[in-house]
Each structure stands twice: as C-alpha cells, then as structure tokens.
Design a protein around this ligand. Sequence first.
Ligand code: FEO
Ligand code: CA
Ligand code: CA
Ligand code: CA
Length: 674
Amino acid sequence: MIPLPLVNHRVGRAAVTCEYRCGDACFHDVPNTSDNPYFGDLVSRRTALKAGAVVAAAATVAMPATAAAAPAAPESKGRPPRGLDFKPVEVNTKDEVVVPEGYEQGIVIRWGDPLFPGVPEFDFDNQTAAKQEKQFGFNCDFAAILPLDPLELTGIMVTNHEYTSEPFMFRGYNAANPTEEQVKIAWAAHGLSVFMIKRSLFSGHYRPRFSKYNRRITLNTPFEVRGPAAGSDLLKTSVDPTGKKVFGTINNCAGGVTPWGTILSGEENFNQYFANAAGRNDPRLTRYGVTGTATTRKWERFDKRWDLAQEPNEVNRFGWIIELDPNDPDSTPIKHTALGRFKHETANIRVADDGRVVAYSGDDERFEYIYKFISNGKMKRGNSKAARRHNMTLLDDGTLYVARFKGDSPASEIDGTGKLPSDGKFDGTGEWIPLAAGKKSFVPGMTAEEVYVFTRIAADKVGATKMDRPEDIQCHPRTGTVYCALSNNVERGVTPGKEGATEPNPRVNNRHGQVLELTERRGDALALTFNWGLFLVCGFPDDPNTYFGGYDKSQVSPISSPDNVAFDRYGNLWISTDADGKLDGLNDGLYGVPLEGPERGHLKLFLTVPRGGETCGPIIGERVITVCVQHPGEVDGASADKPVSNWPDRGTSRPRPSVVAVWRKGRRQLGEIG
Ligand code: FEO
Ligand code: CA
Ligand code: CA
Ligand code: CA
C-alpha cells in the first residue's frame, strides 16, 4: 500500500524531504530573530493615533469585506485568453503526470541519463561517482532552454540539481554511515546539467543529444568568485588562500536566463551541508541556520571543507548567485558577491531604459527578505562572445538594496484571517533600502564586505520587511511588473515572539502562500520606490481567506505554496507549486492565469506531477511546455527499498527525477500551446 505523507508533519511536507532538501529548516528556530518591526504597522499605528477618531468612525460604518465577498470579475465572453485555451485538469493523487485533454507528454531526460558518448546507461544498483559526473544529476529544479533555431526544434537545456535524497538513491542506505562512494556520487549529482535537446517538427518530445555544449557542473567544478567580496578574508580557506576560487555549487534552487544568454542560479539551503557549528558560538552562523554538529549526509567525514571546526570560512563561499555561460563549455562559472549572500531562491534580470541591469532575488526562508541590485555598467547588445564577456561583469559592480513594504490599510484591518481590508486589497507602497555599493557600506557598524557576506544581518539592521518565504521572482517581459511567489509561513503569528500578520503577509499560520505584484514607481526599473499588491492569496477557492485577483472563485483551481513563476508569450503568468501535501495531500502542479482583462485571476491547473513530487522549472515555450519533476515518490516511509512511485520507468522501478515535455497533439505541424 502507498503511505501518504504524514498529516501531523509540521508543514505537511514529507519529513524526508525536509531533512534532505532544507536541512529540516522548518523544525529549527527561525533564523531571523531580529526585532525590526513591520514598517506598515508603525505608519498605520501613527496614522491611527493622529486621526484616531476618524478611523474609529470609519471602522463603524465599513462593510465587513471578505475575500469571498469581493466583487467577481464579469463573466468572460467568448474564447479564453490566448495561451490558456485548455480544460483544467482535476486535482488528484495519481502516480503520473496528468495533462489536459488534447495534450501529449514525453520524458526529456531522467536522473542518470548519459550526457556524453561512451557513458553507460543508468544502472540503479551499480552507480558510481565517475558515471554520475557524466550523467544528468538528481532532483532537477530550475530549467531553461536557450533556443538554437527560431522554431525551437533545437536548444541548449540547462537544469539545476538542487539536492540529493540518498535514501532514494541507494538501496540499503545507512544514513549513519554512508560510504565514501555514496558521498562522492552525491557531490556529482548536485550542481547543474547543460545539454542539447532536439525534437521533430511533428512532436514536442524533446530528447537530449550529445553535443559540444554538453557539460556537468558538480561540486568538483572550479568557480571564480567575483565582485566586491572576492578575495575577502571572510572567504579564504586553507585550500584557497586567495578567497577567489571555490569548487562547486550546492542546493541550486531556481534561476533565470539573462538577456545576454547566460544562466543565473541561486544557492539556497547551503547551511545544512556544514558540520560542527555548535560550539562555535557565532551568531553569524545562527543567522543563516548553520547549527548543530554532524550533518545529515556526513560529508564532513570525507572532506574537511564541510567541517566548520577545520574550515570555518568554507560556509561563506556558498549562498551566492552563480552565473554560467552555457554557450561556452570551457567557461569558468562565477559566484557574484555583489548580489549578497543568503538563501537565494533565484535571480532574474530586468534591463532599465538606459541599459543598466536590475536583478531581483528573494531569500527563501520564513520571515526573510526581497532584494534588488542595480548595476553601474550598461548592457551591450548582441550575442557576440565579447558582448557576453562584458555583460557577465555587470553583476559585479552596483548597489544592493532590500525591500521595505508599507500597507495602505490600517493595521487594525489586517486581522490575520485573510479578510480583505475595507479598501478591498492587500496593497500599498514600498522602498528599496540601500545596503552597499562596491566598497561602500550603507549599514551602520558593518563594512561593505560584511554586508555582502552577512547580508541577512545587514538587512535586519535597516528594517527590511519580513516576508512569507520569497521564492521565485520574475519580471513580466512586457509590463516590467515584478511577480514574486511567497510560498507559505506556518509560523507567522503562531510562534511566540514572531511577527504576526502584515498587509503583504496577511494571514497567520499561512499554509498556502500568496503571489505578490510589485510595480516600480513610474515603471522605471531603477526606481527606489514601488507600489505593490497581492494578486493571489492561495488555498482552496471555497475558503473565505483566499483571493484570486478578484475573479469569480467558483471558476478557479485550488492552489497551495506557489514556488516558480514563468510567463508565456501572451503575457499570462504560469505558477508551479511545492505544496508537498498541504493541499489535502493532492499532487503539486503547474497553473496558468491571465494577468489582464476580465479573465484576470482565472487560475487553471494545467498539469499535475506524480505523488511525492514537486513541479519545478516551468518553461512555457510556443509549442512545448516543459517542467521538472523533482523528488517523485519522496514521501515518509518510502525509500529505494520501499518505493511508492514507479514513475517514470514503471514496473518495479525506483522513481527518477526527470524533465517532462508537454505539447498539443492532433496537428500535422505542431500547434501552439493553449
Ligand atoms: Fe528550493 Fe525555495 O525552493
Ligand atoms: Ca490595502
Ligand atoms: Ca523553489
Ligand atoms: Ca521548492
């Protein structure tokens, strides 16, 4: 029988996923113990004090506005918006990828598939580190396709491999005593994969090809550290006295494609890989959740760099945004210190009118912050190697900011239930607070190097706004509006001493998350002030605390824990989820939703992934949609010895994290999606 995720688990997620992906982040105390208050509360309370009588009078006549009572958008007339002409799939718990009627699917690549000629086919029981170095890694998360032709028949695909789940990778795995080969397989299964893909004119089924582009980035790949903290004493180790060369990247979660054709990737839950923080008594470690003695994976037994007692600075060399040029397989990937160090979910670029570039990034942990970087240099157009080389320096020199949000409704109307305030919206204004620019720090008591390496602490000091797990952030390609998935935060207003509801994070015990829209003032990417509003307040539509852009909630699909966001060419938003059972044990999925017009907020479920899996890295192409299926079958009680999923190979096989392509069938030449 199939064991379901334990319902008494604190966030609904399978405990095994918590342990291996995030280092049990939810079970540790929230690392943000700063007491910087929510600015909106301060302002609202001050306003209330100044104009108390008026507010009180208004409160007595205000209608009890609820999300359920929000005016529904007018019924749509005629066809659905372009790109979203599909019948939504039903929520389910199937061990398969479920797609709408009229669509087909195929596996692009699976964990262990060879990326180079001569590499043997994957053999679950005879895996080696040498093979894994040349095969597709584990737990694919972010994915990008750089098209090599206008019809998207060929492309370079790049994927992150966020983490390894050893109990699902090895039969008879002994977590207390992993073997050296198992540990080295895990080092090779992390990182990124780069490979060429190809499909026919008549099918959306991308398949991998051996090519000059194919490459694996693992924990053995050298990276160049760049930007203002490169060479800092805080980054020097016994192996690297320069503080400028790091082997590898870990826990790469989401990412982005730059306008100059490179890939950005966020090093997220790096803390869990470092042993022996206990006893060091260093609050800078605690602020990043680096705690405890032995790690889950025990890597510290096989390389001292994972042991803080022996290499205290190695941990400072992770938690960055990396940049990789997939066009040049010989290029050295970069760690960009100017974007700060935290649990980067992702980074995505918007180009300002004058050519400077802006990078947005979120710190994915409960009560953490949203950041913005503005470059000093300007982007060079064109796809030449020289232009790319120049553009790859843009993220080394600029100013790093953190967001402070202010609600426009009185704090008394943000009661933590999700009930809309009397102005009918969770919305307001905000500002970007500077942290550092080059060698200049804007944070009292911290040098610029300290701001870059201990960015969370710097952001605490300037009163940044604590958010409900900032996940993917992307700018709408046409409007420039910034969309940020805020996944969930079951500690908001629940854990004693922790912040309660605020207008941008309006629910206590926030199980299902929200999607934020942020518009820079006057639409200017370089602006230091913005307007914001919540586009979605997620959950079951019949729950009065949910909100779907004002759309008729009887028409929308349920959604929990938005994680990745993407856009199609018509400007619709696509959202993939990492609810891990929080939606009553239902599988995660990919959703499409219009952002404009009468259909704004009409969220529809496009596909679901197999049980225990998470939908990641959506790419909404013109004719093919691809998603990564991360950790299929990863539910409590399951393992390689007791698999509960046989996806995708079926029979008695073990589940394999894989990339899936979905396309519309029934046309001689492949039709458009939606
Ligand atoms: Fe790795 Fe923020 O999800
Ligand atoms: Ca408001
Ligand atoms: Ca994510
Ligand atoms: Ca995730």
